[in-house]
Design a protein around this ligand. Structure first.
Ligand code: AMP
Ligand code: MG
Length: 399
């Protein structure tokens, strides 16, 4: 059996580039940019008023002038104009182009306006309340780097440079497969000896967060049926995630079938808990990667988060940040297994603190809902002290 560290390293050795595709901006959330994005014009593209008020030329103040005749109004969205007289003012709205012969904006709150005249009630500074043309980025400069994960903030930048379509990393075609005769559909009423499928829905949800819409399958615990259906699935998908059927039970046919279908085993079983019977391999001729997770919900979930997610991020050229958190309480580690422990996260006084979630083994599905992530405790010592910093794999967003 290999160690957790070795297993993760081996999985990452199989990172794969799935190419790129052009998609509509509206579909780009959560995807990874495959192009450098360049400013097509200056940011902002003109000297932009940042307050509602008047635009004036500061030189007139320097001569002692405090009252200005208002010569008109400049709303946002109007082509540039000039002050007809630099001793006068023009009312200007946020987002409007400041006239080239004005250099200062004074907001209404610092003015008294009466009968077409504006009087300053506070001394302005030259250039105030103008967002100068090109001061954020110049035309031609990079606004987004390649390999950036697109979040709402990147969407706004993409929109403002006119990217109605975006070149992103293509995502793999993924199949998710539940196994087991005891499983029924969510909408069904299970008999007393049955349970509803949950892993496949957890995986579906987790993958959809990555922008992947997987296809779902179910395999009954019959070797020949599994073999026939899996052969097809291997052929039609680039990555296959299975849950269940990889342990030592009499009906755990998956490892044998995978090998019979020519999937090369990279490893089976890892020195870790939960998720020890994890099987990982690749079909060399078709190229399909197989992540076969044990069926207990915490095992499937932990292995997905640790192995698949790291693999996907590496494949997409995203960094896998090493996150550490501080233990609120001491934790013993007995035996030779790396523990992936369910924890709750607390951000306090600028520190990330974790405490263990009360759980009832790898079959305890409800504890996962209380879990913010897993801490990884290697069996290099028998006790991790309170206050120690340990590696953390988040499973929920912070917000
Ligand atoms: P297995 O790995 O097939 O031996 O399954 C281990 C345990 O996980 C069994 O109690 C299964 O009933 C349960 N299990 C397997 N697949 C799922 C699933 N998709 N959803 C919920 N529980 C499952
Ligand atoms: Mg099973």
């Amino acid at each position: 059996m290999i160690s957790f560290k070795e297993a993760l390293k081996k999985v990452l050795d199989y990172k794969q580039d799935f190419g790129t595709e052009q998609i509509p901006l509206k579909m780009a959330m959560g995807r990874v940019l495959a192009e450098e994005v360049i400013a097509d014009r200056d940011f902002p593209p003109f000297n932009r008023a940042t307050k509602d008020g008047i635009a004036i030329n500061y030189d007139s103040i320097a001569t002692g002038q405090t009252t200005f005749k208002i010569e008109g109004i400049l709303p946002a969205g109007v082509a540039p104009t000039l002050l007809s007289n630099t001793e006068q003012a023009i009312e200007i709205m946020t987002g409007a182009v400041v006239p080239d012969n004005a250099d200062t904006v004074v907001m209404y709150e610092h003015l008294v306006i009466e009968n077409g005249w504006a009087t300053l009630i506070q001394n302005p500074t030259k250039g105030q309340d103008i967002h100068p043309k090109g001061s954020d980025r110049k035309s031609g400069e990079t606004v987004l780097q390649k390999n950036t994960k697109i979040t709402a903030s990147e969407i706004g930048v993409l929109a403002s440079v006119g990217k109605s379509t975006v070149l992103v990393k293509r995502l793999p075609r993924v199949a998710i497969i539940s196994t087991g005769n005891e499983l029924v559909e969510v909408g069904e009423q299970p008999l007393s000896h049955q349970i509803r499928k949950s892993n496949i829905h957890t995986l579906f949800g987790a993958l959809s967060q990555e922008g992947i819409v997987p296809k779902e399958f179910h395999l009954v615990d019959e070797k020949e049926v599994i073999k026939e259906e899996l052969a097809n699935i291997l052929y039609n998908f680039e990555v296959v995630l299975l849950s269940g059927g990889v342990s030592k039970g009499k009906y755990d046919f998956i490892p044998d079938v995978l090998e019979e279908l020519g999937v090369d085993k990279v490893f089976h079983r890892v020195l870790q808990r939960p998720g020890k019977p994890f099987w990982f391999g690749k079909q060399p001729t078709i190229g399909t990667l197989v992540f076969s997770f044990p069926g207990n919900p915490a095992s499937t979930f932990a292995n997905y988060q640790v192995y698949f997610k790291n693999w996907l991020r590496s494949s997409l050229n995203l960094p896998n940040p090493k996150i550490t958190v501080i233990l609120e309480e001491g934790i013993p580690v007995k035996g030779d297994l790396t523990l992936l422990l369910r924890v709750r996260l607390k951000c306090a006084d600028g520190r990330l603190l974790v405490s263990q979630v009360k759980e009832n083994g790898s079959g305890d599905l409800t504890s996962l809902a209380l879990t913010d992530g897993f801490i990884v405790l290697d069996p290099v010592k028998e006790f991790y002290e309170a206050g120690e910093s340990v590696s953390f794999v988040p499973t929920k967003p912070l917000w």
